[in-house]
Design a protein around this ligand. Structure first.
Ligand SMILES: Cc1cc2nc3c(=O)[nH]c(=O)nc-3n(C[C@H](O)[C@H](O)[C@H](O)COP(=O)(O)O)c2cc1C
Length: 175
């Protein structure tokens, strides 16, 4: 069983990226197990805090290390990844070359209100992965445009094409 840690780059209570991730979990896959990695308690990164790491940072890094693949769900803020996501990645990149993300597989997906469905944020995020020491799953790309009707009350897609697309994405994580 491959362990997938889902890191949602949002502190939004009603995060649409979290909802899509919950849909992946609802659909499920026989070879994958899922857990969510919480970023909400992380302080803003400072090298000064590294002398005595806050417990929230230690727990965050442990929850990354417990997984085989980290699925990063990125919102898009002003054509870039949100600061809270960059902050989380900076914490997990330390110490340089030996951070929790180093050597982990990374997959990226995102959903936004804009028509490009986080494509700009994802390009930026993919460019960061080599410096984090992450190996990326490249296909299929998952850039989604949010509509309230995309998922039903059980977080399952309301149309067959979206279901098939989500399953194809999960198959790629399992490889
Ligand atoms: C500061 C800010 C900037 C945003 N910039 C973009 C953007 O560049 N492209 C886009 O598609 N949506 C943009 N949005 C809308 C987001 O897609 C929307 O807020 C979405 O719900 C964020 O994802 P989340 O709910 O998972 O946090 C922006 C929203 C905020 C608050």
């Amino acid at each position: 069983m491959k362990k997938i840690g889902i890191l949602v780059g949002s502190r939004h209570q009603e995060s649409i990226n979290r909802k899509i991730a919950q849909s992946f979990v609802q659909i499920g896959h026989p070879d994958l197990s899922f857990s969510f990695i919480d970023i909400s308690a992380l302080p803003l990164f400072s090298e000064d805090l590294e002398q005595n790491l806050p417990q929230s940072v230690t727990e965050f890094c442990e929850s990354i290390r417990a997984n085989d693949l980290i699925l990063i769900m990125t919102p898009e803020y002003n054509r870039a990844i949100p600061g809270v996501l960059k902050n989380a990645l900076d914490w997990a990149s330390r110490p340089y070359g030996k951070g929790a993300l180093s050597g982990k597989e990374a997959a990226i997906a995102g959903v936004s209100l804009g028509g490009a469905g986080t494509a700009a944020a994802q390009v930026q995020l993919r460019a960061l992965l080599p410096s984090l020491g992450m190996v990326q799953v490249r296909h299929p790309e998952m850039c989604l445009v949010w509509k309230p009707t995309l998922l039903n009350e059980n977080r399952l897609p309301t149309d067959e094409n979206t279901t098939l697309f989500f399953k194809k994405f999960l198959d790629a994580l399992a490889k």
